[in-house]
Structures are given as C-alpha cells and as structure tokens.
Design a protein around this ligand. Structure first.
Ligand code: SF4
Length: 251
C-alpha cells in the first residue's frame, strides 16, 4: 500500500482516498457489528483515521480483540498508543525461549512503565526441547518458528475476532503489500500503524521520550530470537543467510 507520507496527520488534505482491493466479508454469524462489514468497508472506514483513532474505533466495532507484542525495536510505539487508548488491554508475548536477555529486560521495563498486563505464551515444553536439542533453527527455521511461535499463537487466537499487531509497510516487501485489515483463516488481522513511515515512528518515539530497545544503538534495527538475529539495517539482520523473511505468524 503506497500512501502519502504523513497523511494520517493531515488527512483532510488527502481525502478522499481510493477504496482498497479485497472483498472478503468479515465472515462469522456474530453479534459484532464489524463482522458484518466487508474487509473493503473496514479498510475504507479506517484508512483516513490516525493510528490512535483506529485503535479507539476498533473497540467500538469489535468485542474480542487480541493484542500481541514482540517487545522488539518498534514495539513501544503501539504499546504507547494502547496505553493511551485502552490501557487495560492484555498484551500477549510469544516467549519462544530464545529471546535476547535485553529483550526480556526491555519487556520488564515497559511493563513497569506502562503498568502493562502481559501474558507470556509458551510453546509446548517437549516440542521446544526438541528444537533446542536439534538446533532446528539451523536446519529448518520454518519448522522451528512453527513450533515456537505459530502453534502457541493458534492457541490464543481462539475466542478472538480480531488480532492487532504492529507491522509497518516500510519494514519489508511482504508488509508493504498489506492493508490495514486482512482476513486470515478464522481471524481478522488489524495493523493500525501499517502506514507510518520510519521517520514518523522515530519522531513519535523522540517526542514522547520513549525508551529504545537496548540492542538498537548497538546496530540491531530489528530484533527477534538470538539464533536468527544479527546486526543490520531494517530487517536484513533477521534470518540473514536465508531466504526466510517472516516467522510465519503474518503469512
Ligand atoms: S526465529 Fe529462529 S529461533 Fe526463533 S522460533 Fe523462529 S527459527 Fe526458531
């Protein structure tokens, strides 16, 4: 999705926006109003709004909202927005058991700072142990991510209508093709900060004096598991010697 930079802060200047592609209906027979809307209609409604307005609005349109955070280098942006709009919301954290100590320290710091209600979501113990003994991240990283990220996520998705995450278009080619709302299997995905540029993100962090991930000043622009993260610009340090660019959660 290509949008004029800064449009959400000056949206009157850019209206009207073209309708986005797509057309799958929200899907289930449910009392939630937004589930009766098409994905196109949701995108059309939310596109002119600011990220903060989008988050506020989604709680009027949906009942069962799922919010996850990686506590990575850009996570504080969405956490801060939620703290302003819906501070009581639970934050689910996929604990692969392979996170950097710095990520876990940063998570604790932000939890205290925003008084977050964080729930750690862990993989099945024996499967996680298998990947640890097998070094599966070397041999088959898709399988490792499937065990340690995708399967645990599938468990918590149940019972939710919509899954909020902080993907941003500028981060890679796959993300640049997403829309604010997408229907994925049995859940709607919602990316309220998708169209925020890297410059706008950095400005927001600076203006709000938000703490940066401790590995960012050391050259890690994006941070995931220890075994699959190296220094680099953008997401080039993620699975850097492999064709893999996403963990599977967002595909
Ligand atoms: S990012 Fe690497 S270590 Fe983490 S779950 Fe995926 S393959 Fe395994």
């Amino acid at each position: 999705m290509t949008l004029p930079k800064g449009y959400w802060r000056n949206r009157d200047r850019y209206l009207p926006f073209p309708l986005l592609a797509g057309g799958a209906r929200g899907g289930r027979n449910n009392t939630t109003f937004a589930l009766q809307m098409t994905i196109d209609e949701l995108n059309e409604k939310y596109l002119p709004l600011t990220p903060e307005q989008r988050i506020a609005e989604v709680y009027k349109d949906f009942n069962k909202v799922l919010f996850t955070s990686s506590f990575g280098t850009s996570a504080v942006f969405l956490l801060h927005l939620f703290n302003r709009v819906k501070p009581e919301e639970t934050v689910y954290f996929l604990d692969t058991t392979y996170h950097f100590a710095e990520t876990l320290e940063y998570k604790e710091k932000l939890t205290r700072m925003f008084d977050l209600k964080v729930v750690d979501v862990l993989p099945e113990d024996w499967k996680n142990k298998f990947t640890r003994d097998d070094h599966t991240w070397h041999k088959d990283p898709d399988f490792c991510c499937s065990i340690n990220k995708v399967e645990p996520m599938e468990r918590i998705k149940k019972g939710h209508e919509i899954w909020v995450s902080g993907l941003m278009s500028y981060q890679n080619a796959h993300r640049s093709n997403l829309n604010i709302f997408e229907k994925k299997k049995d859940i709607i995905k919602f990316y309220p900060v998708l169209d925020v540029s890297e410059a706008e993100l950095n400005k927001y962090l600076e203006v709000n004096n938000l703490p940066v991930h401790p590995l960012k000043p050391l050259g890690y622009s994006s941070v995931g598991c220890v075994h699959c993260t190296s220094k680099g610009q953008g997401r080039e340090g993620r699975w850097s010697n492999k064709s893999k660019t996403e963990c599977g959660l967002h595909l």
